[in-house]
Design a protein around this ligand. Structure first.
Ligand SMILES: [Zn+2]
Ligand SMILES: [Zn+2]
Length: 324
């Protein structure tokens, strides 16, 4: 499913099989999650996309061709391919173990072709072995919603009371991780979205309300998953002195101006960008211990446009997953 022009539907397209380069693998795609970032790609909200592009960066696939220089993976192995598709390994950020900020990265489904397809080619060094435990469909959302959510949770520090703004694919996974870590999650949804609030509570949130509601007590930290700039001042008001607000998305509408008093008293505001391979290894090692229940809605690959439209409209809980 190819995006040829920004803000137009993806097109079903027959392409010849591609051969992997020496450091690459080719996988038969088993499942690919649908992420909000895919909407930002289609809508042209991210700078410098490659066009045409095959979106999709939550790929679960099985290796069916392998480059001559690939050492750590083998034919037939099940792997996950995430958003971070390549780094140069040499820029100052790579040198300081912050490859998520690499100066010359490639991103799966944005600047290199992704998983809305029957097959995908990836840099082997950025693929994660997944083993054979867990279904393809339930693993796919872990590869971005889970992984970048995990990075955001780490960034939130040791907060015991933590607010999640936007209760979509990432939050529904992370509430289970946070609960396992004995934190209390306060879920903020669109005002009046009773269905999402019930969903959040069913997964272990101690409180759920609208995004303009004040939590019953001040929070230690908040993570903003929804791409809505108005949530920044709302979250700053909800955290205690010295509290931290983490913006987890790659794109957000403009943040309205706000009085300095809600940042004052050493509140912190920061963003999370992309992922490092270490985030992936840490999270995928932890996930089976937590027994995360991923709620998914499956769409056949050729219905990718419908999946994107349903995500935009908030028509499902949890995560959408495409299967070829
Ligand atoms: Zn770099
Ligand atoms: Zn994503």
């Amino acid at each position: 499913m190819v995006l040829r022009k920004l803000k137009t539907p993806l097109e079903w397209t027959e392409l010849p099989d591609r051969e992997p380069g020496p450091q690459e693998i080719r996988v038969k795609v088993l499942a690919c999650g649908v992420c909000r970032t895919d909407l930002h790609v289609v809508d042209g909200e991210l700078p410098d996309p490659k066009l045409p592009i095959i979106p999709g960066h939550e790929i679960v696939g099985r290796i069916d061709a392998i480059g001559s220089a690939v050492k750590d993976l083998k034919l037939g192995e099940r792997v996950g391919i995430p958003w971070l598709g390549h780094t140069d390994g040499s820029c100052p950020y790579c040198q300081m173990q912050r490859e998520n900020l690499c100066d010359h990265p490639l991103f799966t489904g944005f600047t290199r072709d992704g998983g809305y397809a029957t097959a995908a080619v990836a840099d082997a060094r950025f693929a994660f072995p997944l083993g054979e435990v867990g279904s393809d469909i339930s693993l796919a959302p872990l590869l971005c919603a889970g992984l970048i959510g995990w990075r955001s949770l780490v960034m939130a520090g040791d907060a015991k009371k933590i607010g999640f703004y936007g209760f979509g694919a990432a939050a529904h996974i992370l509430v289970q991780v946070a609960r396992w870590q004995e934190r209390s999650v306060y879920a903020f949804t669109r005002d009046g979205d009773a269905r999402s609030q019930l969903f959040a509570k069913a997964l272990g949130a101690v409180w759920a309300g609208g995004s303009d509601d004040a939590p019953p007590e001040p929070l230690d930290a908040a993570i903003i998953f929804a791409p809505v700039g108005d949530l920044v001042p709302a979250a700053l008001k909800a955290v205690r002195k010295g509290g931290r607000v983490v913006c987890a998305g790659i794109h957000m509408s403009d943040i309205p101006s706000f009085p300095y008093s809600i940042l004052w008293e050493e509140r912190e505001l920061l963003s999370v960008a992309n992922l490092t391979r270490k985030d992936g290894i840490d999270f995928l090692r932890l996930a089976p211990q937590i027994d995360i229940k991923v709620t998914t809605t499956r769409y056949p690959l050729q219905n990718a446009n419908q999946a994107l439209a349903d995500l935009r409209a908030g028509r499902f809980e949890g995560a959408a997953v495409l299967t070829p």
